[in-house]
Design a protein around this ligand. Structure first.
Ligand SMILES: *[C@@H]1O[C@H](CO)[C@@H](O)[C@H](O)[C@H]1NC(C)=O
Length: 350
């Protein structure tokens, strides 16, 4: 009977993949853990607030005030999986504020860590938050792979879903179940494709030195506390023993992720996204992407090997920022991206 149910679930899953996004399916079918079940406090003492009375501890608030930011981390390490949160960002004046929802193993692998990031960058009043995604693999911190986008909604007015699907062959970032970026494992990327177990993190911190217009607008604590709310936290993947990194513990539903990642078409291209979803992704990127590392001539004289350049995309980005995306000589502007240590610094003073 149990096998039968598993089979039916699998068939339903495969058929629904054809029509709905993997993010939607996984989000709807995975249990939501309460904070105490799945996460640990990372920093910021009582700037992390769980409201256990309201909904069984499934909503978490992260506060940034003059004293400190705050953050939490998953109790387990995961090798591949699906990670999602419904997030409502602070409203009003939020320049310099950074909210991050990301996977990392930086504390286990100092020299060759992996990381998958959603970073939300605050703004001055009347201007929308920007959202940034990035990928580091095997310590590739000298090469940032940032992309930036606007959103088609105001992320401070309501909760919206932000999800990361990470399989052996793909990384897909989703916003409200719409794929916004796909990073296939490619020969060009080589060992840079994240392939070691990571934990999930959520943090809020002061990014005054770089987050808004390259550091022009700083956090103004007159508007503190800045409150980011997290709910519907989904953690789903193979958990890994932190001591014996090899031993995987996958529950049966984890196979769903394998199904999602293993579909391969005849031309050997992985097809986690349907044609329809891919069109949706391209539309999003055409309308909302404002920065891509692949076109940044001030940082990379020739783009990293995995970049597939598109002349229309290049032209569109050049209109935003002729210096960065033009063909001129490298300027000092590229420095605005060199800020990894600053995050470590700000977390170090917690
Ligand atoms: C990761 O980097 C280390 C050196 O830091 C290297 O020895 C190893 O081969 C790399 N792994 C992959 C998969 O490229």
């Amino acid at each position: 009977m149990k096998e039968f149910l598993v089979l039916i679930t699998t068939i339903l899953l495969i058929s629904s993949i054809l029509s709905a996004s993997a993010s939607l399916i996984l989000r709807k079918n995975m249990p939501v853990l309460s904070f105490d079940e799945g996460y640990n406090h990372l920093f910021g003492d009582n700037n992390l607030v769980t409201n256990s009375k309201d909904d069984g501890g499934k909503t978490v608030q992260l506060l940034l005030n003059k004293r400190t930011g705050s953050g939490f981390v998953s109790q387990d390490l995961y090798l591949h999986g699906f990670f999602s949160a419904s997030i409502k960002l602070p409203a009003d004046y939020t320049a310099g504020v950074v909210v991050a929802f990301y996977m990392s193993n930086g504390d286990m692998f100092e020299r060759n860590h992996d990381e998958l990031d959603f970073e939300f960058l605050g703004n001055i009043r009347g201007k929308d938050w920007k959202i940034q995604t990035n990928v580091y693999g095997n310590g590739s911190t000298a090469v940032g792979r940032e992309e930036r986008y606007g959103l088609w909604f105001d992320p401070s007015q309501d909760f919206h879903h932000y999800s990361i699907l990470w399989t052996q062959s793909h990384i897909i970032f989703y916003v409200d179940d719409i794929a916004i970026r796909e990073v296939p494992r490619s020969e060009g990327m080589g060992g840079v494709f994240p392939s070691k177990p990571m934990s999930l993190y959520a943090t809020i911190w002061d990014g005054s030195t770089w987050a808004t217009n390259g550091g022009k607008y700083k956090v103004n604590y007159k508007y503190a506390p800045f409150v980011a709310e997290f709910s519907d936290l989904v953690l789903h993947g193979c958990t890994v023993d932190p001591i014996e990194l090899s031993s995987l513990n996958c529950d049966t539903t984890t196979n769903n992720i394998d199904i999602l990642s293993s579909s391969e078409s005849s031309d050997n291209k992985h097809t986690t996204l349907s044609t329809e979803q891919r069109v949706e992704m391209m539309n999003f990127r055409t309308k909302h992407m404002t920065y891509s590392y692949c076109y940044d001539h001030t940082r990379y004289l020739s783009p990293p090997a995995e970049c597939v350049l598109d002349s229309r995309e290049a032209k569109r980005l050049r209109q935003f920022d002729p210096v960065t995306f033009g063909n001129g000589p490298p300027s000092r502007k590229g420095k605005r991206h060199h800020r990894r240590n600053r995050r470590t610094d700000s977390m170090g003073t917690m």
